[in-house]
Design a protein around this ligand. Structure first.
Ligand code: UT7
Length: 350
């Protein structure tokens, strides 16, 4: 059975930079608070009208394709991970197919937030292992800046997130011990509401309200999808119980990394480069400590980009590779945790 390997990596971050100081124009915050709690110094925001989650993804994809030595027409399947799609539906995958003038190949959107890229990578990996497809484009992209409460009310969430995109091209290899060794995916829906954007949605308060929907009239029910009241109450913005997420993240990251190591008969000291999802520098530092890894074996760039959710791992992977920190034969570990909760890991022999 073939394995898949990463034949090309690409990234795109929009030009506009917002420092922590810049955020003070919109909300009551400080550079000191943001840096101390998250390590973030600045983030990039997409141009409001000319850039979308898809257009950024396309730019990252084009770079990954060029580096893989492939044209878009040679791609057999697209997997696109995002929580900030251009449209509620259809997904961004079909827009990539259109933008890159690809053949009428399958396009799948993955909605697993911070773990989205690793879920997407895992899906693509399975298709290559079974021989169904040869060349797969995997993209993670986010335009968070369009969906954040930039007032003081939303500051615990909005200072963390940034825009950007990353992509990889997967191809099959028969080379022994090379490529994606394994992927590991998990979820625990018990905590779904601790990090979520509820509206617009079809939930009709089903999960939170004691009264059945039958008690409401048609107009009220219609308003449950999207209403002025929701907007007035900022219910169309992401909600996060930051401390609960933090606690679970520092437990689940090491667990899922160790699971990947054990599945391959390896130990933490075998890792040449760990790329954690860039959720918070303090989380990455705790994982590093728990895994007993030296500074040169953990890659972080959240200081410059903030948390770019599904894009954070491919952007970091791409930068680490460009900086010569990932070389042939290296053991690369990718790991993520976030909304859902979902968490995941992958080990790759580069
Ligand atoms: O990738 C998705 C997964 N997400 C994560 O992994 C995030 C995990 N959680 C975190 O990273 C942290 O919980 C945060 C960085 C989000 C928040 O840090 P925290 O230490 O948990 O802060 P907090 O929400 O408990 O707030 C502490 C104080 C509050 O003030 P009072 O009530 O103590 O007076 C907040 O109002 O800090 C205040 N605060 C802020 N102050 C200045 C919250 N946000 C801000 C802000 N600037 N941006």
């Amino acid at each position: 059975m073939p394995r898949s390997f990463i034949a090309g990596v690409g990234r795109y971050v929009p030009e506009q930079v917002l420092t922590n100081e810049d955020l003070k124009r919109y909300m009551d915050t400080s550079d000191e608070w943001i840096q101390e709690r998250t390590g973030i110094r600045e983030r990039h925001f997409a141009d409001r009208t000319s850039e979308t989650t898809t257009t950024m993804g396309v730019k990252a994809a084009q770079m990954a394709l060029d580096r893989a030595g492939l044209t878009a027409q040679e791609i057999d399947f697209i997997v696109f991970a995002t929580l900030s799609p251009d449209y509620y539906f259809p997904g961004c995958g079909v827009l990539v197919q259109r933008e890159l003038k690809m053949r009428e190949v399958g396009a799948l959107d993955v909605r697993n937030q911070c773990s989205g890229f690793l879920y997407a990578l895992s899906v693509a990996d399975q298709f290559i292992k079974t021989g169904m497809y040869r060349n797969i484009l995997v993209i993670g992209s986010e335009k968070h800046s369009f969906g954040l409460d930039m007032s003081t009310r939303g500051r615990n969430v909005s200072v963390i997130f940034g825009d950007g995109a990353g992509a990889v091209v997967l191809k099959p290899t028969e080379a022994d011990g090379h490529g994606i060794l394994s992927t590991h995916l998990h979820s625990d829906g018990e905590s779904a509401e601790l990090l979520a954007m509820f509206n617009p949605g079809t939930h009709a308060n089903h999960w939170t309200r004691e009264n059945p929907v039958a008690d409401f009239d048609e107009a009220e029910i219609a308003g449950m999808f999207m209403s002025h009241e929701m907007i007035d109450k900022a219910q169309n913005f992401p909600f996060m119980d930051g401390q609960a997420v933090f606690k679970k993240a520092v437990a689940k990251f090491p667990e899922v990394i160790n699971e990947a190591l054990a599945a391959n008969g390896l130990v933490a000291s075998d890792i040449d480069m760990l790329i954690p999802h860039q959720a918070n520098l303090r989380i990455s530092q705790m994982i590093q400590k728990l895994m007993r890894l030296p500074d040169n074996k953990v890659y972080n760039n959240i200081q410059r980009y903030g948390n770019t959710t599904a894009a954070s791992i491919p952007i970091a992977l791409c930068e680490a590779w460009e900086e010569g920190k990932i070389n042939s034969g290296n053991l690369v570990c990718l790991a993520a945790f976030g909304s859902g909760f979902t968490w995941a890991s992958s080990l790759i022999r580069w």
